[in-house]
Design a protein around this ligand. Structure first.
Ligand code: GUN
Ligand code: ZN
Length: 427
């Protein structure tokens, strides 16, 4: 029989969207959750679950919050070792810090080392699934998938394709990008909990021929995700205009090569034209908000409220290492602050939804991860709402759950993550 565990605490589960109606009404709080094997078996009262699962171990977490593990919809695991590099904006930041670091992933041992380090760090921060860019090197994809597979983790990655405007050693061609991506996809996509994402880095580092080849590969494998970057900085948009003089706008450089679709993920998407917003929404594409990155690299303020109201599909992400933190708590705090600068404060339930279901929806995985409900995969975290003296003195005088949770969102880090379960196993 599958191993069974009942976790007692304040078990949070979403029954609807906190962006419709009163945000807190979208959440139900149960006394306990039962995990059986690799899945959530049931939510309910402790006594009721004990009776239903008499063989189960019971773990008491008092008034700690138990919820789905965080889902990070856009990261670059190869940038782990150069996170928080000072003083540059996007294009200079890529050339000065990012490309030299990514060059090191030609070495499989280095890639293995960073993949393991990245997954250890993010597990400690409560992130159980992520969608990562790799580097140009097929070895970097093998390293990440192998490390995640050994940990039983649901992850997405893909070879980052670039055939221009990148240094020697970090460039492929349209043909090798197609061939290597296809070989990796055939090796890894759908193996255990692993999914492949076709990954052109962004239009400035791909020729039209490479974008066409990526579009062709996606058409041949429409069940794969496709991830890239879109309209992050105004200088970048100007650069794209010069490189693709016939394109209607930045999105068109993807769209015209078959790289716009419902399984597409577009990181940043800050400075969008009305036509781009319409096309993204009509295709059901996912926009990924990377708030710590957008302030750290100086990119701009994502229009969360406007895009949500239009019915866009939106995920939340750290964008490690353009983002300045591995923590989805810190990322929610930054999303809140950007909302404030735009005049719209996000509710704690909305922030938690974005970091779980929102990101899982953007990855088209919300039927498997991102929420606690019977049948969902057992990736969950236990949040301590009193993890530091500063947080504890604030949550102690909270009048309700949301007031108790919000200080942890704003001031919490890996110390707030009391326990992490991945694939039904405690880490
Ligand atoms: N645009 C193209 N590549 C990158 C990257 O690695 N990080 C960020 N933030 N933006 C990009
Ligand atoms: Zn990125």
């Amino acid at each position: 029989m599958a191993s069974q565990t009942i976790l007692q605490g304040r078990v949070l589960s979403f029954t609807g969207s906190p962006f419709e109606g009163e945000p807190g009404d979208a959440v139900q709080v149960h006394e306990a959750v039962a995990v059986s094997g690799q899945h959530i078996a049931a939510l309910g009262d402790l006594d009721q679950l004990r009776a239903a699962y008499p063989e189960a171990d019971v773990v008491h977490h008092g008034d700690k919050v138990i919820m789905a593990g965080f889902v990070d919809a856009h990261v670059h695991y190869p940038q782990t070792a150069m996170i928080a590099s000072w003083g540059k904006r996007l294009i200079d930041w890529l050339n000065t810090y990012t490309f030299p670091e990514e060059m090191k992933f030609a070495n499989r041992a280095y890639a293995d080392n960073i993949a393991g380090r990245y997954l250890d760090l993010t597990t400690a921060h409560g992130t159980t699934t992520m969608c990562s860019f790799a580097t140009i090197h097929p070895e970097s994809v093998d390293a990440f998938f192998s490390a995640a597979q050994a940990r039983g983790q649901r992850v997405v990655t893909g070879k980052t394709c670039m055939d221009r405007n990148a240094p020697e050693g970090l460039r492929d061609t349209a043909q090798t990008a197609y061939d290597q991506s296809k070989a990796l996809l055939e090796r890894w996509h759908g193996v255990d909990r692993l999914e492949y994402a076709i990954t052109p880095r962004f239009s400035p580092t791909s020729t039209p021929e490479q974008l066409e080849a990526m579009g062709r590969l996606w058409a041949e494998h429409p069940d794969c995700l496709m991830q890239t970057h879109l309209s992050e900085q105004t200088d970048e948009i100007e650069w794209v205009r010069g490189l693709f003089p016939d394109a209607r706008d930045y999105l068109d450089t993807y769209e015209s090569f078959g790289l716009l679709g419902g399984r597409g993920l577009y990181g940043h998407a800050i400075h969008l034209e009305p036509r781009e917003r319409d096309q993204l929404r009509e295709h059901g594409a996912a926009l990924v908000h990377c708030p710590t990155s957008n302030t750290f690299i100086g990119s701009g303020l994502f229009d969360m409220a406007g895009l949500m109201a239009e019915g866009q599909r939106i995920g939340l992400a750290t964008d490690t290492g353009g983002g300045s933190s591995f923590s989805m708590l810190r990322t929610m705090a930054a999303a809140y602050e950007i909302g404030q600068l735009r005049g719209v404060p996000l509710h704690a339930a909305q922030l938690l939804w974005l970091a779980t279901i929102g990101s899982a929806r953007s990855l088209r995985m919300d039927d498997k991860i991102g929420n606690l409900a019977p049948g969902m995969e057992a990736d969950l975290i236990v949040l301590d709402l009193a993890s530091t003296p500063a947080i504890s003195q604030r949550s102690a005088v909270a009048d309700d759950l949301w007031e108790a949770v919000f200080p942890t969102i704003m001031m919490g880090d890996d110390r707030a993550i009391a326990e992490v379960w991945i694939n039904g196993q405690r880490r």
